[in-house]
Design a protein around this ligand. Structure first.
Ligand code: 5GP
Length: 139
């Protein structure tokens, strides 16, 4: 399987479509998921192109994972969550719908289940508020 540079996250990286950004550096971008499965559902992606975990240069993973940790910590604090799930899907058979490597962060509260994968679009004002709240907790 090859990388298709017309995927939606490549378009977000090129600034062709908007996103609610949380964090950006030379190698990585974190932003809100538009169809969140819980409050504060956000995504961390490398800027380097790859479809999933298996075609990603380990050197890129080494740059992305500290950002996953940093954003997860901030998202949990901002949402007042009790924990979080980290998920990453590889290929359609496993549920992947956007073919640019991404890590899902789901801040979770005791007893509150996640909503379905790729469900309802969120209100943009709510996403903007949540992105702002998560940014405040980035260290
Ligand atoms: P996957 O199914 O590939 O693991 O996850 C793709 C995620 O991207 C889904 O959770 C979906 O809600 C999210 N998504 C799809 N289109 C967009 C978009 O245009 N903007 C943002 N921010 N997220 C998107």
């Amino acid at each position: 399987m090859t990388y298709d540079s017309n995927n939606i996250f490549a378009k977000i990286l090129r600034g062709e479509i908007p996103s609610h950004k949380i964090y950006e550096d030379e190698h990585t971008l974190a932003f809100m998921d538009v169809m969140p499965q819980c409050d504060g559902h956000c995504l961390v992606i490398p800027k380097a192109p790859s479809r999933g975990l298996l075609d990603t240069d380990p050197a890129v993973l080494a740059l992305v994972m500290p950002v996953v940790q940093k954003v997860a910590k901030a998202a949990v604090a901002a949402m007042g969550a009790d924990g979080f799930q980290l998920r990453q899907y590889n290929e359609a058979a496993a549920g992947q719908t956007v073919f640019h490597l991404h890590f899902h962060i789901f801040p979770m509260k005791e007893g509150v289940p996640l909503r379905g994968h790729v469900g309802k679009m969120a209100d943009h004002e709510v996403l903007a508020e949540q992105a702002k709240a998560i940014k405040v907790h980035l260290t």
